[in-house]
Design a protein around this ligand. Structure first.
Ligand code: SF4
Length: 249
């Protein structure tokens, strides 16, 4: 009998069939974002409950997989701190900045940041698999009204073509790995201009939703070799290990 592998799950997901749990589309469509949903998994503090009920905070969304890595009883759990808001987020502070990296000031066309001579950042989506409370791009990330469209992509690619000193392109957002596979493939094709030596993808998808890293995705990405995937991990608890499924009689 083949050895079936499953990842850690919060108790409410115990009965979800493996084929759904391991399907990244199921994970995306079952993300949690309300106080009612999240408290089915975590024992929320008053501060967290208050923040989750507040309108206008930076977007909350978390995949069932990622929330399952949290200790439901520990308000200081390092995974929880990254994705569950607390009421302090509602307080303005003096050094607060909307665009702390001054990216908008270095943006010659929408979604493209050109700060250093030989490299650019291409913001290709504003959507992520889950949303980090510390995001430096929270002014646009998670906001459905702030999307990049085909015309923006074309302007970005056009800029690359007429700027030969650029040799390094970092696709970011948002998270490029939540894009429809066809769109991602198209963007990678377009970004392969002869003077571009390095193409990188910045992603937290392998952390928030590792089931997205399918063989099909790897085969598509392999066509663009050499290609770098920059993964952002803050704490060892985010690097889950597969658990062997309990043996059945
Ligand atoms: S994955 Fe990156 S872009 Fe998305 S919310 Fe987190 S830090 Fe921001």
């Amino acid at each position: 009998m083949p050895h079936t592998i499953i990842s850690k799950r919060a108790p409410i997901y115990a009965d979800v069939p493996d084929e759904k749990w391991n399907d990244w589309r199921w994970q995306l469509s079952h993300r949690l974002n309300t106080v009612e949903d999240i408290e089915k998994v975590l024992n929320l503090t008053e501060s967290e409950r208050k923040a989750l009920q507040t309108q206008g905070l930076f977007r909350v969304d978390v995949t069932p997989y990622f929330i399952s890595l949290i200790d439901p009883e520990d308000p200081n759990d390092p995974v929880r701190k990254q994705i569950i808001p607390v009421s302090e987020e509602m307080n303005a502070f003096t050094s607060m900045m909307e665009d702390s990296l001054a990216e908008d000031r270095h943006s010659p066309v929408p979604g493209l940041v050109h700060r250093y001579p030989d490299r650019v950042l291409m913001l290709v989506t504003t959507q992520c698999a889950s949303y980090c409370r510390y995001c430096t791009r929270s002014r646009i990330v998670g906001d459905p009204g702030q999307t990049f469209n085909r015309q923006d992509f074309e302007m970005q690619i056009e800029y690359l073509k007429r700027t030969p000193q650029v040799r390094d392109v970092l696709l970011s957002g948002g998270d490029p790995l939540v894009l429809a596979p066809k769109i991602l493939e198209e963007l990678l094709t377009l970004a392969r201009d002869p003077h571009i030596e390095i193409v990188r993808i910045g992603s937290r998808v392998p952390v928030f939703m590792p089931m997205r890293i399918t063989q099909e995705l790897c085969d598509m990405l392999a066509k663009f070799h050499p290609l770098w995937l920059n993964i952002h991990v803050n704490h060892p608890n985010e690097i889950s290990r597969n658990l062997p499924k309990p043996a059945t009689a």
